[in-house]
Ligand binder design. Structure first.
Ligand code: CAA
Length: 260
């Protein structure tokens, strides 16, 4: 059980509006709560069809007294993302922070993968990042402030058996972050990637038990990550004074993958 959160009065620049896609998911929910605890006004974005989970999420964040609200949107739909950003900017205020955490898996070896398993995943995990960034970037650069964090994965850095689709999309996410970081670097907008390792979430719980146990045995820190481990990195990169970190890929994986 979490302690009652301390929510800062949103009266300073800390009150900036943060949009979190995949906001009611395993990692997204924690990101929303941690951002709200630093005074952000958080909009959790997720599929309207996740009825029971939306209700549970609303109960989970009730103690944040409106600092976290839910807005339905399918990130794979370009027009819907445009409508969402317009709605937020007209009714709540300018989007200052965007965290793209929406992601799905369609694990199977390539020889069994059908085009639908490829395209469904690409539409959410990679198109979703484009769709949301495309609609916020103009406003952020015009206002000379923005913090974008795209969630990739250790499996975008190493590849994983059964994840040609996921690994390709997640590697693509960081390429996207680096390119956009260059385009916005002189306009007060940073764009970074956070690459989680295996975390204690429903997505990882779906990995067959024996494979999961082997993965945990290979993590130097000796445990799965927690959503809080990932949210901490996101809070760090979205801080107002994190203005000199851009185009970076921050691995949060318990040492599972190390690179020079
Ligand atoms: N490494 C090596 N060989 C493997 C293997 C692995 N990880 N997994 C299966 N195999 C072998 C099997 O032993 C089998 O061998 P034989 O043909 O000799 O019997 C063969 O490969 C099975 O191949 P299939 O084509 O039948 O594989 P499949 O379509 O059944 O898929 C799988 C297997 C479901 C993908 C399974 O490997 C798996 O679940 N792997 C883990 C995937 C994974 O880690 N997903 C991460 C999800 S969480 C996430 O993505 C979050 C994040 O960012 C970290």
């Amino acid at each position: 059980m979490r302690e009652t959160p301390t929510v800062m009065t949103p009266s300073t620049s800390a009150a900036r509006i943060a949009i979190v896609t995949g906001g009611i998911g395993g990692i997204g929910t924690e990101i929303c709560m941690r951002l709200a605890e630093t005074g952000r006004q958080v909009i959790a974005v997720d599929l309207a069809t996740r009825g029971e989970r939306i209700e549970a999420f609303r109960e989970q964040v009730a103690s944040y007294h409106g600092a976290i609200r839910f807005e339905p949107c399918d990130v794979s739909d370009f027009k819907a993302c445009g409508g969402l950003v317009e709605h937020i900017e007209r009714n709540i205020g300018p989007a200052a922070i965007l965290v793209n955490a929406a992601g799905i898996t369609r694990d199977t070896s390539l020889r069994k993968m059908d085009p639908q398993q490829w395209h469904e995943l690409m539409r959410v995990n990679l198109d979703g990042v484009f769709n949301m960034c495309r609609h916020v970037v103009e406003g952020m650069t015009t206002r000379s402030f923005g913090r974008i964090v795209n969630l990739s994965s250790v499996n975008g850095q190493t590849g994983q058996f059964g994840q040609t689709n996921y690994s390709a999309a997640k590697a693509g996410v960081h390429g996207f972050s680096m390119a956009l970081a260059r385009e916005t670097a002189r306009k007060g907008v940073t764009v970074n990637t956070v690459s989680p390792g295996y975390c204690d979430t429903p997505m990882v719980a779906a990995v067959p038990h024996e494979i999961r146990q082997q993965i945990i045995a290979d993590i130097p820190v000796g445990r799965l990550g927690t959503p809080a481990d990932i949210a901490r990195a996101v809070v760090f990169l979205t801080a107002d004074d994190a203005s000199y970190i851009t185009g970076a890929n921050l691995p949060v994986n318990g040492g599972y993958f190390m690179s020079f």
